[in-house]
Design a protein around this ligand. Structure first.
Ligand SMILES: O=C(O)[C@H](O)COP(=O)(O)O
Ligand SMILES: [Mg+2]
Length: 415
């Protein structure tokens, strides 16, 4: 039974319940119609190629179907369940975001969204805690949790890093976070940083009476990453942080499996996501990267600042809604809003994102004229003002630290 690329276009196709349906936006290559380009996408991403084939057996049950082709460039492609290896994110992505990203039949192609069927979803663990971290590990029932990353992001000694953590915790922040490029460098070795920072955490917890914790960047080669996660758990840490895009999804899956036994949650930093999603017409959307992150089982994920911070963001609000929506019984993911936040824009961000998020600020705390502790107090006051329904200006009348922050940074987004 022959298969040629034309066979992969089927406008009348009705997806089966266990198909993985992907929405692509494509710009056809020169000389191709939308239908021809869409057919080539479905072909190359399932079991066709550039040449017509005549296999001896009938392999069409493994073929994808392109349908809903629109002249504006959108097309949906349905992939049969049999095409996939259950629980292997690399294998799935090699199909739906593999060769097609570079094929000449499309000038540009964007994997915009996926509808994950129950059968495929069940192959993945999803988050171990999800939003339960806010109450089970932290005490942030009725306000956003607050996190901070010491700045400068690299170059601080272990002692300086731990001291900054302590100052931020006692100032009102819940979570200290390593930066995405701080792992195990000579100026601040991993194991010493973990022990010293967790000692400071314990001190800050007993002095404030609040639960505090530390998002430890364990990003490394996979075996080493697992070893570091074990080290964190052995020393009383309750979170690890993974740079999920640079580490890779297979590694994230391995860490997720191990952290199940260790009872630690995973904070996902998305460094390098913009290589996939910044150009709106090409690549893999942040929405899909967020879906992949949830399936692989992270508990927190950076999803941007809804346009108010220093980074370009794609649909933070819609992505956050997806992370909280039902996905065949998997736990939700807590969105982290981060990148250029300071107290003067916290109310605008929370208006957009709602308050079931983690608010994370680096420069917006450590750049405070009176130092880290005052910066943390200012951010905490800003978030509390939001919960109380009072303006930042009114709150600043009783919070000198917030008044200084507003004076310094005003109400505008940084660049
Ligand atoms: O990793 C992060 O989230 C960033 O380092 C945030 O830093 P900033 O608040 O200084 O932009
Ligand atoms: Mg950072």
């Amino acid at each position: 039974m022959g298969i040629a690329y034309e066979d992969f276009l089927d406008e009348s196709y009705e997806p089966a319940a266990d198909d993985l349906v992907c929405e692509f936006h494509i710009q056809p290559g020169q000389g191709l119609t939308m239908g021809e380009a869409a057919a080539r996408v479905a072909s190359e991403s399932s079991n066709g190629t550039w040449a017509a084939l005549s296999p001896e057996s009938d392999v069409r049950s493994y073929s994808a179907h392109a349908f809903d082709v629109a002249e504006d460039g959108s097309v949906r492609v349905a992939y049969p369940a049999a095409l996939f290896e259950a629980g292997s994110m690399p294998q799935i992505l090699s199909c739906i975001a593999g060769n097609i990203m570079g094929m000449k039949a499309v000038d540009t192609i964007r994997l915009a969204d996926c509808e994950w069927p129950e059968a495929l979803t069940k192959g993945f663990p999803g988050p171990q805690y999800g939003s339960a971290v806010l109450t089970e590990i932290l005490e942030a029932e009725d306000r956003p949790a607050l996190a901070t990353v010491p700045k400068p992001k690299v170059g601080l000694s272990t002692e300086e890093h731990a001291q900054i953590g302590y100052d931020a915790w006692v100032g009102g922040v819940d979570l200290l976070k390593d930066d995405e490029n701080l792992t195990d460098q000579n100026f601040n070795p991993f194991e010493e940083r973990v022990t010293q920072s967790l000692e400071m955490r314990d001190r800050a917890e007993s002095e404030t009476g609040e639960k505090k914790d530390y998002l430890v960047n364990v990003t490394a080669e996979t075996d080493e990453m697992v070893r570091r996660a074990e080290y964190v758990a052995d020393h009383g840490g309750r979170f690890v942080m993974v740079d999920v895009v640079t580490a890779g999804w297979a590694a994230v899956q391995t860490v997720r499996r191990r952290t199940e036994d260790l009872d630690v949650a995973i904070h996902a930093h998305r460094a390098m996501h913009a290589a996939f999603d910044r150009l709106p017409q090409h690549g893999v959307s942040m929405r899909v990267l967020a879906q992949v992150s949830r399936l692989c089982g992270v508990d927190h994920l950076h999803t941007g600042t809804a346009g108010f911070g220093k980074l370009e963001n794609e649909d933070t609000v819609g992505i956050n809604e997806w992370l909280r929506s039902d996905l065949h019984g998997l736990r939700d993911v807590v969105p982290v809003t981060s990148g250029g936040l300071h107290p003067g824009i916290v109310d605008s961000v929370l208006d957009a994102t709602g308050d079931r998020v983690i608010v994370q600020a680096g420069g917006g705390i450590h750049g405070h004229p009176d130092g880290t502790e005052a910066g943390a107090r200012a951010l905490r006051a800003a978030v509390e003002a939001y919960g109380e329904g009072v303006s930042l200006e009114t709150k600043a009348e009783t919070s000198p630290a917030l008044a200084v922050a507003l004076e310094k940074w005003g109400r505008d987004s940084p660049r």
